[in-house]
Design a protein around this ligand. Sequence first.
Ligand code: NAP
Length: 246
Amino acid sequence: MIQLTGKTAVVTGASRGIGLEVARVLASRGAAVAIIATKENTDLAKSLADEQGVKVLAYACDVSCADSVKKTFDQIIEDFGAIDILVNNAGITRDGLLMRMKDEDFDDVIRVNLRSVFICTKAVARHMMGRRQGRIINMSSINGIRTQPGQANYAASKAGVIGLTKTNSLELAPRGITVNAIAPGFIQTDMTAKLNEDTIQKFKEAIPLKELGKPADIANLVAFLASEEARYITGQVIGVDGGLNA
Ligand code: NAP
């Protein structure tokens, strides 16, 4: 049974979808949780804390902005005493075919999905190195491994997350910190609700397990990677995709 009592986790993009479920599952395993989103979701933090019986606090922070991240992470360390687990989950899509994709749509996706992972990791790395322990879990995507038309920006950002994960795992391993990435397939959240019914149906048919994933499918793996049981796993990209990338 995975136990995270006594640990503090920071989850970015935790207002909804995968991030919210990650926060819930980590809290259910006993971790105190700092939830980050673009807005301060105080009521959500309070209801999670009441539901799971652990400390949960909400922070508003643009994870792609270094100043805002530094301030927020310093505040979290002051509020909780330490950070043991960082889940870099916040992400956006701005899909479009190459010839129609605006430069700012490319830049926004790289900034929020990739730059944020660099910035947030840097913000906790020294702290974790000093404590000679830490777990960093980055949300990549199946689209960072094999992609589809219309996602040049997204695929590049998620492939970048894999590169960053591997490099950081090598640099941080000597200090007892593991860094891994998860590559979700098609998971039911607001992000995928934007897709038309035809596309969703095509995905369903292509998935060997013949159903879309749920946020809990990802959150359960995050809890495992955050735990002592996963101490010898680092630098890995683990797919959770119903067999889509088999
Ligand atoms: P979602 O439901 O759209 O939620 C996105 C989250 O990211 C929200 O909490 C949002 O906060 C936050 N966010 C966006 N921009 C931010 C910023 N600049 N600073 C701080 N927080 C920000 O997405 P999801 O489907 O749960 O996806 C979560 C992660 O999994 C993403 O990295 C995504 O790329 C990845 N992923 C998802 C799927 C899928 O099928 N759903 C598949 C593969 C990978 P606000 O509520 O404040 O906007």
